[in-house]
Design a protein around this ligand. Structure first.
Ligand SMILES: Nc1ccn([C@H]2C[C@H](O)[C@@H](COP(=O)(O)OP(=O)(O)OP(=O)(O)O)O2)c(=O)n1
Length: 519
């Protein structure tokens, strides 16, 4: 299906007339215009690794004098993501993956958000991975860090003059491991499919999360909100993942024995591709804006729930991080119209989960036709089009269905398992989600109660035995009820103050203080 990326142009939604499929005789000769541009697998895994580097930390901030930088890691087996990791206070992401998967890493492909240090690399190679790809920025043993801490106000333009002995020795060891190793160790970055950047930007602006903000707060200029968030993220992510000057970047690449990348036009292309991916990440993250919204319990008080009460709490930052993972996955969709992504995390005890706030990945997926099918092999029509026989619904596998099918292991009874999905679960998926033992759902309910004939969203409301956290306006500062805001939600005047406190807040119910949060 990868090749089909190139055949498609940027299209963003049903409003565009050219997306309508013309009816015709057989499927093979029907005029299917296909899905919008997609992320390639390599770029998806790379983006997920960058995003994982930013997993919110329980114990904030790394030691700014340490040369070890946090990194994110994606473990892929047979093209499926089976591990998402982040460095924690003690373990590097590579070590966390070893602890969690052991020899399960054999034949896996690993995507790192930086070149990993030699101590991680030796174990990973030893575990028998088949391929290691890393983002060609500052490596895990930073070549910039000593410059940073000594001259923090000149960090953006000073050359890496003070590459320390530590970083140099690590590079030598990494090189030795690289040249002696069986797995392929490389930089895998691809240019974005034509039109993808625009497609991501347009669809992020109009996604369910943004729509909910618009509905809840019609007085807010959501366009401005989106642009502001996007600019803010772009600035932060550029600082985190890009190397400001070309000279500095070339010096780092040369140190890492990637001199080939320093030759033009490869060098400019490399920097361009890196920049484009960072822009995609900023757009995807901006589609879930902080402002006054977050994931909050739906309507039912916990005492009405049949679930046992749990102690654990999940912060809004972690919930938002996970839903953005799902949003990234959604850009691999094969649905001609709507991309959906799903990620399932479970609460773990192992030290290997420390970097991810005690969570480990159970599975992830996006909506797509059955594995191995060819482009346009299955019908692509939607429910607005005449011929029911040629509608997509009986063929597309939903994001949650893929996440459950390709889960890393079974869900144990009573286990805290959280499904993060970018669209309300449909009636076909509800029994599967319940049957699998998912205990919590984080989603938007924009489609709740809709019946589109081929697909319906009627059962979500009556789903009582799973805790539902819905993307909605924060209930925490509900003051004077306003006709706008059902449930007595907050009005505009308190938005600023709430915005400040919102980020560190734990997920809470719409009810009292002593009711258990997430949990
Ligand atoms: N939780 C969900 C919900 C839906 N889907 C997928 C299955 C289909 O690929 C697609 C269906 O999306 P819509 O219900 O939005 O149907 P349409 O694509 O027809 O759009 P419209 O809303 O315009 O009718 O989304 C999914 O993977 N996971």
């Amino acid at each position: 299906m990868e090749g089909s990326d190139k055949r498609n142009r940027a299209v963003s939604g049903q409003s565009r007339p050219e997306r309508d499929t013309k009816d015709s005789g057989t499927q093979t000769d029907s005029r299917v215009l296909g899905h919008g541009p997609r992320l390639s697998k390599v770029n998806l895994f790379t983006l997920l690794s960058l995003w994982m580097e930013l997993f919110p930390q329980e114990k904030p901030e790394e030691d700014e004098h340490s040369q070890i930088r946090r990194l994110g890691l994606v473990v892929v087996r047979d093209s499926k993501v089976v591990g998402l990791h982040c460095s924690g206070a003690e373990l590097h992401a590579g070590q966390a993956a070893i602890i969690q998967h052991g020899t399960g890493l054999a034949d896996c492909e690993l995507y790192f958000s930086r070149r990993p240090c030699a101590s991680c690399l030796k174990m990973i190679i030893n575990a028998g991975v088949s391929q290691i790809s890393f983002w060609p920025g500052d490596p895990e043993v930073s070549m910039l860090r000593s410059t940073f801490s000594n001259h923090s106000n000149t960090r953006s333009c000073s050359p890496p003059a003070s590459i320390t002995e530590e970083a140099t020795l690590d590079t030598i060891a990494t090189e030795k491991l690289k040249s002696n190793s069986r797995p392929h160790i490389c930089v895998l970055l691809q240019p974005l499919a034509p039109g993808l950047a625009q497609f991501v930007d347009e669809t992020s602006r109009e996604c369910d999360f943004m729509q909910r903000v618009t509905e809840d707060e019609p007085e807010i200029n959501t366009e401005e909100l989106y642009n502001r968030e996007r600019t803010r993220h772009l600035k932060d992510f550029s600082r985190q993942f890009l190397i400001t000057t070309s000279q500095q970047h070339q010096e780092i690449l040369t140190q890492m024995h990637l001199e080939n990348f320093c030759v033009e036009p490869y060098f400019s292309n490399l920097r361009h591709n890196m920049r484009e991916l960072v822009e995609v990440l900023a757009a995807v993250a901006a589609g879930v804006p902080w402002e006054n919204h977050g994931f909050y319990r739906e309507e039912s008080p916990p005492c009405e729930s049949s679930l046992p009460l749990c102690e654990e709490e999940l912060s809004q930052e972690v919930a938002r991080h996970c839903i953005i993972q799902s949003r990234l996955l959604a850009y691999r969709t094969e649905d001609p119209k709507v991309g959906v992504g799903a990620v399932i995390w479970a609460k773990g005890q192992s030290a290997g989960c420390a970097g991810t706030c005690g969570l480990y990945l159970m599975g992830c997926g996006y909506n797509a036709y059955p594995a191995g099918s060819q482009y346009a092999e299955y019908p692509q029509m939607d429910n607005k089009q005449e011929d029911r026989q040629r509608r997509k619904y009986r063929y597309i596998i939903h994001a949650e269905q893929n996440a459950l099918t390709f889960r890393t292991r079974d869900i144990r009874p009573g286990e805290l398992t959280m499904l993060f999905v970018t669209k309300c679960p449909c009636d076909e998926c509800i029994p599967l989600i319940r049957g699998a033992g998912i205990s919590h759902i984080y989603t938007t309910d924009q489609d709740k109660g809709k019946d589109k004939g081929d697909i319906s969203y009627l059962r979500f409301s009556s789903l009582k035995d799973i805790m539902k956290f819905i993307w909605q306006r924060s209930p925490s500062v509900c003051s004077a009820p306003s006709p706008h805001f059902a449930n007595g939600y907050v009005g505009k005047h308190s938005r600023q103050t709430e915005h400040e406190s919102h980020r560190n807040k734990k997920l809470c119910t719409n009810r009292s203080h002593d009711s258990p949060s997430i949990s």
